[in-house]
Design a binder for this molecule. Structure first.
Ligand code: SF4
Length: 55
């Protein structure tokens, strides 16, 4: 289960670029639009500059 810490998220959009099947932008922050167990979730976690994504 991926989740976004909205307090930490700076809205850079990297996770959405990397894994648009799981993440989308909403009001300037990332949100999880669908829980999917696919490799790009980990790529997004590794790429988030503020470690806002966990699973
Ligand atoms: S990569 Fe991290 S900081 Fe950037 S939009 Fe996604 S959750 Fe927010």
């Amino acid at each position: 289960m991926a989740s976004i810490n909205k307090e930490k998220c700076i809205g850079c959009g990297a996770c959405v670029s990397i894994c648009s099947e799981v993440f989308e932008m909403h009001e300037g922050k990332a949100k999880v639009k669908a829980q999917k167990n696919i490799p790009c979730v980990q790529e997004a976690i590794d790429s988030c500059p503020v470690d806002a994504i966990s699973k």
